[in-house]
Design a protein around this ligand. Sequence first.
Ligand SMILES: *[C@@H]1O[C@H](CO)[C@@H](O)[C@H](O)[C@H]1NC(C)=O
Ligand SMILES: *[C@@H]1O[C@H](CO)[C@@H](O)[C@H](O)[C@H]1NC(C)=O
Ligand SMILES: *[C@@H]1O[C@H](CO)[C@@H](O)[C@H](O)[C@H]1NC(C)=O
Ligand SMILES: *[C@@H]1O[C@H](CO)[C@@H](O)[C@H](O)[C@H]1NC(C)=O
Ligand SMILES: *[C@@H]1O[C@H](CO)[C@@H](O)[C@H](O)[C@H]1NC(C)=O
Ligand SMILES: *[C@@H]1O[C@H](CO)[C@@H](O)[C@H](O)[C@H]1NC(C)=O
Ligand SMILES: *[C@@H]1O[C@H](CO)[C@@H](O)[C@H](O)[C@H]1NC(C)=O
Ligand SMILES: *[C@@H]1O[C@H](CO)[C@@H](O)[C@H](O)[C@H]1NC(C)=O
Ligand SMILES: *[C@@H]1O[C@H](CO)[C@@H](O)[C@H](O)[C@H]1NC(C)=O
Ligand SMILES: *[C@@H]1O[C@H](CO)[C@@H](O)[C@H](O)[C@H]1NC(C)=O
Length: 386
Amino acid sequence: MASRRPSWALALVALCLSFELALQEKGKGKKEDDNNGGGGGGGETLVPAIFVFGDSTVDVGNNNFLPRCNDICRANYPRYGVDYPSQNATGRFSNGYNLADYVAKLLGFPESPPALKSLSEEGIIEQMKKGINYASGGSGLRNHTGHDLCGQVCTMADQLEMFTSNVQKMGKEDSSELISRSLFFISVGSNDLFEYANDSKPRHNRNDTEFLKGLVDLYKSYLQELYEVGARKFSVVSPSLVGCCPIQRVLGNQRNDTDGLGCFGTANNLSRQLYPMMLSMLQNIDLQGMNYSIADSVGMTELVFEGVIPPGMNLTVVDTACCGGSGPLQVDKCNSTATLCPNRDNYLFWDGFHATDVASSGAAKMLCSDEGSFVHPINITKLATL
Ligand SMILES: *[C@@H]1O[C@H](CO)[C@@H](O)[C@H](O)[C@H]1NC(C)=O
Ligand SMILES: *[C@@H]1O[C@H](CO)[C@@H](O)[C@H](O)[C@H]1NC(C)=O
Ligand SMILES: *[C@@H]1O[C@H](CO)[C@@H](O)[C@H](O)[C@H]1NC(C)=O
Ligand SMILES: *[C@@H]1O[C@H](CO)[C@@H](O)[C@H](O)[C@H]1NC(C)=O
Ligand SMILES: *[C@@H]1O[C@H](CO)[C@@H](O)[C@H](O)[C@H]1NC(C)=O
Ligand SMILES: *[C@@H]1O[C@H](CO)[C@@H](O)[C@H](O)[C@H]1NC(C)=O
Ligand SMILES: *[C@@H]1O[C@H](CO)[C@@H](O)[C@H](O)[C@H]1NC(C)=O
Ligand SMILES: *[C@@H]1O[C@H](CO)[C@@H](O)[C@H](O)[C@H]1NC(C)=O
Ligand SMILES: *[C@@H]1O[C@H](CO)[C@@H](O)[C@H](O)[C@H]1NC(C)=O
Ligand SMILES: *[C@@H]1O[C@H](CO)[C@@H](O)[C@H](O)[C@H]1NC(C)=O
């Protein structure tokens, strides 16, 4: 592992430098207005619109509107949102912004496009010009993922169906140029891994490779579906080391199944196997004229869990939830009576599953500026400007 540390450090130095250069180049040296909580964009953006799909890593409130979705899979109550500009819970699984927000910000938008379910029927057609967020916490690549835990989620299949139907409502002339130049930002798969790893079926009855191959085949079919409605620019975020989130660490300990990082071994093994399979799927996908950027979230997070903290960040606690109860690693529910850590910027995890605002910000910078260490074959900034 030691040999990888310099590459991480270099990648980050390069990141910071190239980032500043990119900003100067675009003449956007002025201070960003962090209090702009609106959905549309005012200034110049690198793509006309962003369409977001996936799970709670990028949901900005769709689950608030699903009547049978329970509180486990919603984040529309305190203390979620304590650091959001309005200081209110929005449905984001974070103390502030999430990954979709920060990627959108780096492309010149004020934050993530709004949640589909928050829009009126007329609002949808107008908002399609700037982008819409279809993501739903708890969902996965498989139709059934999240169903038992959450009561109700928008599955990836549902999300794509709603997108396709909105494109059709726009009319072909209006949509095709827009859709082909827009960014499709997808972060999904962790919940499929969580459910499979937590399943207590005897291990000899299962074939992990077959399960993972099934996920990758589904991923491919969703990309093909988006391509068919005109999408050409795909940013794909692979699941990170899912066994290292606080709840999974506790589970790993309970099962006496921990790896060298102190995380849930079975779950992390799945993450480690999945990334190369996703990369290979993208490298071999035969869709004329499409471009992609895939993030190796396993590589990105591995060093952090080993204690190598990216420069400019002040993460000192990487195993414990900031908002939680008194249980081990603070994994109790994050709600209005939960204890809150004193300095949110020191924590990688906001609750038992989800990253803090500051961690999402760091990850988004990586996705947008990394030069080949963890993002392949191109970063999102490059993808956006193609
Ligand atoms: C924040 O939430 C409170 C109640 O939960 C509500 O009264 C208030 O209007 C909200 N503020 C904003 C800015 O949304
Ligand atoms: C998943 O659900 C969609 C409809 O939402 C359906 O078209 C598709 O066949 C389902 N996939 C599987 C594998 O059941
Ligand atoms: C794991 O599954 C059990 C039921 O088998 C459930 O009670 C528990 O909440 C699950 N844990 C996680 C972290 O999903
Ligand atoms: C597991 O599945 C893979 C892919 O389908 C297959 O190549 C392999 O032989 C299977 N392994 C076992 C032990 O059945
Ligand atoms: C936990 O696993 C370790 C190594 O796999 C083994 O040596 C130990 O006996 C196990 N402990 C329990 C309580 O099962
Ligand atoms: C994880 O993978 C490593 C290497 O492939 C293997 O030695 C270990 O047994 C696996 N652990 C679990 C819990 O599957
Ligand atoms: C974008 O995709 C086209 C065709 O799919 C390919 O020829 C080109 O090399 C890609 N550009 C980059 C920067 O990867
Ligand atoms: C890092 O966090 C510690 C503990 O909260 C704080 O004392 C220190 O000022 C922080 N450092 C920076 C550079 O923000
Ligand atoms: C917060 O969650 C805990 C369980 O972790 C529960 O005991 C408590 O009543 C909840 N508080 C509220 C206000 O719902
Ligand atoms: C993104 O990658 C390109 C090379 O593909 C590099 O020139 C650029 O500095 C990187 N970062 C940004 C913010 O564009």
